[in-house]
Write a protein that binds this ligand. Structure first.
Ligand code: 3PG
Length: 306
């Protein structure tokens, strides 16, 4: 079988080497398409592939139409909003993700941004510490759990809201349970987002929630820019000079932030949360193993389409 690794944002070399070891050992052929700039390159690379590993690369009907042999696509990562799941199903393609494999890297980035902001970008002026501050985890999945662990080490006061898991999971982790998002945003100076981007969550973080945050509020977004209502965020920034936004990827309204709100935001140019060698190895190798296992035994454990 031909397994294509199609990553516009490449994995670390060690991850590619280890993915190749997994596919070689199973007798599959590995093809690599990295740093591509035009979707045509992806269309031609996938045309004879039986399986594909992607990151945030978009897997659309057009991609699937040009891949008649494709049986499985694995998103090496957690969020699969880049996969057109209905189109995958219509093309008889199994879609999977690799939950948890890059979660620690994302959690560390949340803290890297928080620390850099708290110390004023290392510009020489007195900053603030994280110890004793409140942090709210908006969702307590794989990334939220690592953020909580790190926050404990920093001596932060940790709250969590997640209507999709049992309350025991939050309380037994030693966190303060919030039963509504409103409660979380009201209690926490820092709010760290760990929700996926889907029809329910897109633009769901808006004025009503953000206005509740205490003084010196910091919204940390290592999830997806799409979950933010950017018009509302701009409104809050106009009204509250104390409000900060740290985001792993630039918002669509970046130009306005640069013009009006210098010093109150950090944006990464490219999504950097999962961009560590360890996360690349974990997610890439997991994806390769899932593909090998799927062809060998039919295992569909991490399937995300119906
Ligand atoms: C994820 O959903 O796993 C992360 O956002 C990582 O995305 P990336 O593989 O494009 O870095």
């Amino acid at each position: 079988m031909k397994v294509l690794v199609a990553t516009e944002k490449p994995f670390a070399p060690a991850a590619v080497r280890l993915i190749r070891e997994v596919t070689d050992a199973a007798g599959h052929e590995l093809a690599l398409l990295e740093n591509y700039t035009d979707v045509q390159e992806l269309l031609s690379a996938v045309s004879d592939a039986d399986a594909m590993i992607v990151r945030s690369d978009k897997v659309t009907s057009q991609v699937l139409d040009t891949a008649p042999k494709l049986k499985i696509v694995v998103r090496a990562g957690a969020g699969y909003d880049n996969l057109d799941l209905e189109a995958c199903t219509a093309h008889n393609v199994v879609a999977m993700n690799t939950p948890g494999q890059n979660a620690n890297a994302v959690a560390e980035l949340a803290f890297e941004m928080m620390l850099y902001q708290a110390r004023g970008g290392f510009g020489g002026k007195s900053g603030k510490e994280l110890r004793g501050k409140t942090i709210g985890l908006h969702a307590f999945g794989n990334v939220g759990k690592y953020v909580a662990e790190i926050a404990k080490g920093f001596g932060m006061d940790i709250y969590a809201f997640d209507p999709y898991i049992s309350e025991d999971i939050i309380t037994s982790a030693g966190l303060k349970l919030c039963r509504t998002a409103e409660e979380l945003y009201t209690a926490c100076q820092y709010v760290s987002l760990h929700i996926p981007a889907n029809e329910k969550t897109k633009k769901s973080i808006g004025y009503d929630l953000l206005k509740r945050m205490p003084d010196d509020a910091v919204l940390v977004n290592t999830a997806r820019k799409e979950v933010i209502n950017e018009e509302d965020l701009l409104k809050i920034f106009e009204e509250r000079p104390d409000f900060k936004y740290l985001s792993d990827v630039e918002p669509d309204c970046k130009a306005i932030f640069e013009e009006k709100f210098r010093g109150r935001f950090i944006f990464t140019a490219k999504k950097m949360g999962a961009q560590t060698e360890e996360a690349n190895v974990n997610a890439g190798v997991a994806a390769a193993r899932q593909i090998v296992d799927f062809f060998a035994t039919g295992n569909q454990k991490f399937r995300v389409n119906k």
